[in-house]
Write a protein that binds this ligand. Structure first.
Ligand code: NAD
Length: 508
């Protein structure tokens, strides 16, 4: 049984854990370890280590920070398979999907390697006579990240590489359900030569989170998780005067127009609906069939799912693994019955799918629920599992209206061969990330990731240029190095209506 504990000030921190969580292998249902839950003491220790490391780290040259980030990039690239294996063993996702997760996180490290370019300020010469103005972006101090179970490597990597590249120090509180990847990342950070205390990990649950939210030594909080918790994080941390970005849940619509290539659309719906067992915030969970293309989509999806291998993620032929916990599997499975009771048609029942895996695993095959209407819970709730609903509508207008009214606004996709329809969709759809013939439009690291409405609380999206803005604060400097010693007091502001000569005189 592995024992996972905190990582503080560059080393494993064996505290006096009063509470612990259990870690399971979702493919077998066996407990494989325990994770210590932080109390105030461990959060204090992590924040103290991060605060102590901050002055020297923010003073470290961009050249040295960049060198360390390049090293981290190399280490991560070398260890992709090990990180992927950890993800599969605790989350359950299949190994090639887990490797893809690490690759998407690695992209953000690569983006952070360009921090010298990203932090460049502005300069204006001679704003007034002999007066120059320039701007700086400076780190905030100690910042924190709180992350969900479904991307135990990628979501922390969305946050900390850029935060530390900007000169901050970091405290991560990962999901207690699959905590090991964070410690592995912490070891790589140390091996990359990033000083002790710059990156710290505290494990735990709400108790640790609440201390982070109210800790006066933490300047900003990045959160990714469910909408209810995101709203709570946003409100609590903002009330404490912190900068906050809180990314929440989703109900992503994939619209299929009648002119789309139906083969492509059906394949994309299967990948986006059932990849990672539907436990992706950008998973397609509602397929919107426009203008009578629903029957063909259902038939094609049924044919593909009949050949889809559900099994232990470590097996190379598994396309979909188990769900993360037994409770989550049971909750997701219950929606098939709920949909049926609400009058929808179960076109594929995942409870009957053959599974190549141990009997104790948290299995559920892909499900397709047809003839779903917007008042049904299978439509309104975020199910977060391999359950895809189909809503049939007559027009693009109706599809856009559905998305507008849904409440979430993470991702939305359209499949079409009509450029006009695609352009209208891009302009009008109420979502932060849009795919055109791309079912999972997660932006590359040099754009930013974020949804609208109940999918994000805060102003700035995560990583990319928004990430640099989030993890820095601006400063504008006005300076004069000419005519020193010739200052004449004037109590008036420089006056826009006065002549240049008068202004020069008033500024001395
Ligand atoms: P979650 O909200 O249950 O947990 C997220 C984090 O918050 C964890 O670290 C957890 O320990 C902590 N937490 C849980 N309950 C808390 C509480 N009451 N008070 C304080 N902290 C609490 O989410 P999850 O189940 O781990 O992840 C799945 C959810 O995350 C889904 O809703 C999914 O859509 C969302 N998600 C969103 C994005 C995005 O980018 N928008 C990305 C990934 C996941």
């Amino acid at each position: 049984m592995k024992q996972i504990t905190h990582w503080i000030n560059g080393q494993t921190w064996v505290g006096d854990a009063k509470r612990r969580g259990k870690i399971f292998d979702p493919a077998t249902g066996q407990q494989t370890g325990e994770v210590d839950f932080a109390t105030n003491a461990e959060v204090e220790a992590a924040v103290a280590a991060a605060a102590a490391a901050f002055p020297a780290w923010r003073a470290t040259s961009l050249a040295k920070r960049t060198t360390a980030l390049f090293k981290l990039r190399e280490l991560l690239a070398t260890h992709v398979d090990e990180v992927a294996a950890i993800l599969t063993s605790e989350h359950g996702k299949v190994t090639n999907d887990a490797a893809g997760e690490v690759a998407r996180g690695l992209e953000v490290v690569e983006f952070a390697c360009g921090i010298a370019q990203l932090l460049k300020g502005e300069f204006t010469e001679n704003a007034s006579t002999g007066v120059n103005v320039h701007s700086l972006r400076q780190p905030l101090g100690v910042v924190a990240g709180i992350t969900p179970f479904n991307f135990p490597a990628m979501v922390p990597l969305w946050m900390f590489p850029l935060a530390i590249a900007c000169g901050n120090t970091f405290v991560l509180k990962p999901s207690e359900r699959d905590p090991s990847a964070s410690n592995f990342l912490a070891e790589l950070v140390a091996e990359a030569g990033i000083p002790n205390g710059v990156f710290n990990v505290v494990h735990g649950d709400k108790e640790a989170v609440d201390r982070i939210l109210t800790h006066p030594g933490i300047a900003a909080v990045s959160f990714v998780g469910s909408t209810a918790v995101a709203r709570y994080i946003y409100e609590t941390a903002a009330h404490e005067g912190k900068r906050v970005q809180a990314l929440g849940g989703a109900k992503n619509h994939m619209v299929v127009m009648p002119d789309a290539d139906m083969g492509d659309a059906a394949e994309a719906a299967v990948s986006a609906g059932f990849g990672s067992a539907g436990e992706r915030c950008m998973a397609a969970s509602v397929l919107v069939a426009v203008g009578g293309c629903g029957d063909e989509l259902v038939e094609r999806i049924q044919a593909r799912v009949a050949r889809l291998t559900v099994g232990d993620g470590v097996n190379a032929d598994s396309e979909m693994g188990p769900l993360v916990t037994v409770e989550h599997r049971d909750r997701v499975a219950s929606y098939i019955g709920i949909g049926e009771a609400e009058g929808a048609k179960i076109a594929i029942d995942g409870r009957n799918h053959d599974v190549k895996g141990a009997p104790g695993g948290y299995w559920l095959g892909p499900s397709l629920i047809d003839e779903v209407s917007v008042d049904m819970r299978v439509y309104t709730d975020e199910i977060f599992g391999p359950v895809l609903s189909i809503v049939r509508v007559d027009s693009l207008d109706a599809a856009l209206e559905l998305i507008e009214r849904n409440g979430y606004g993470n991702g939305a996709a359209i499949f079409t061969n009509d450029g006009g329809a695609a352009q209208r969709f891009e302009t009008e759809v109420a979502a932060g990330m849009v795919g055109i013939n791309v079912a999972i439009p997660v932006p590359v690291s040099y754009y930013s990731f974020g949804g609208w409405n109940d999918s994000l609380f805060g102003d700035l999206h995560i990583y990319g240029a928004d990430g640099v803005q989030f993890y820095t604060r601006g400063k504008a400097v006005t300076s004069r190095w000419q005519n020193i010693g010739q200052h004449h007091a004037s109590l008036a502001f420089p006056n826009a209506t006065a002549s240049e000569k008068a202004r020069d005189e008033s500024e001395g």
